[in-house]
Design a protein around this ligand. Sequence first.
Ligand code: CAA
Length: 283
Amino acid sequence: MGIQKVMVIGAGQMGSGIAQVCAQAGYDVKLNDMKQEFFERGLGVITKNLTRDVEKGRKTEEEKVAILGRITMSLDLQDASEVDIIIEAAVENMEIKQSIFKQLDKLAPAHAILATNTSSLPITEIAAVTNRPEQVIGMHFMNPVPVMKLVEIIRGLATADDVYKEVEEMTVKLSKTPVEVNDFPGFIANRILLPMINEAVYALYEGVATKEAIDDVMKLGMNHPMGPLTLADFIGLDTCLSIMEILHEGLGDSKYRPCPLLRKYVAAGWLGKKSGRGFYIYE
Ligand code: CAA
């Protein structure tokens, strides 16, 4: 029968984006979070995105209503008992993810695939706490999910070929491009992106140029849509630091050491756009 019903865990920026693209592709989606207000906030963002699509003539009002109608609220992991795939997009914390996967393993039907949207935590380590490691896989969406074309699909050590194939087919149905990656720290996206961002922070730290100049070089010289320091603010400086730490620890090479200035900003609570201040100030 294949995948028809989807559960997304976490109604934050990534989870709500994933729920939106799944509902747009015709899947029934249970969007799970711990509190109704978190679900409502996520649904609010989805509604705003779809309203913009209607205004821009990319969707009809009827399509918008149908997409929203396919998303239902879930406040209980028990709802996993009715779905074919669960895509977890909760916080980037191994203990929390392992605890969720342990519960999902007990609650989800035997055929269900357990996917995680982790940006850099090892899939194999998450899979190891379940009794179905061959059905555990990484589906790494990029932010903002409705816009970005890529999904990195990460095979854990035990991920089965037919599970990979099903997730690959689903990704294409979501109008995204799947790229196959093996389970190593940072996968591909963040193994390459984050050292570039970290190097930009070093350039600022060493006084090579101003933040604006560093961003301009990469925007105007390399055609990047955002300069690396703006992008770091957009991703969240705490997330950038945590990914650099995973690369540093997991690969053991000093070239991945996080820049002290990045640590300092995170310690100060300057986390980027979400906290109102990072390398730049946001009103
Ligand atoms: N949700 C939905 N749609 C969004 C959006 C969002 N959060 N942000 C922007 N858009 C849409 C806008 O609606 C707009 O479309 P229309 O004008 O046609 O309606 C379109 O994207 C372009 O947006 P803007 O004109 O506002 O701004 P822009 O041209 O600068 O594009 C951007 C914004 C798409 C974010 C672009 O700057 C960009 O591609 N930036 C780089 C993003 C990137 O690198 N993402 C990866 C981050 S790393 C990651 O995700 C992995 C990880 O694990 C850390």
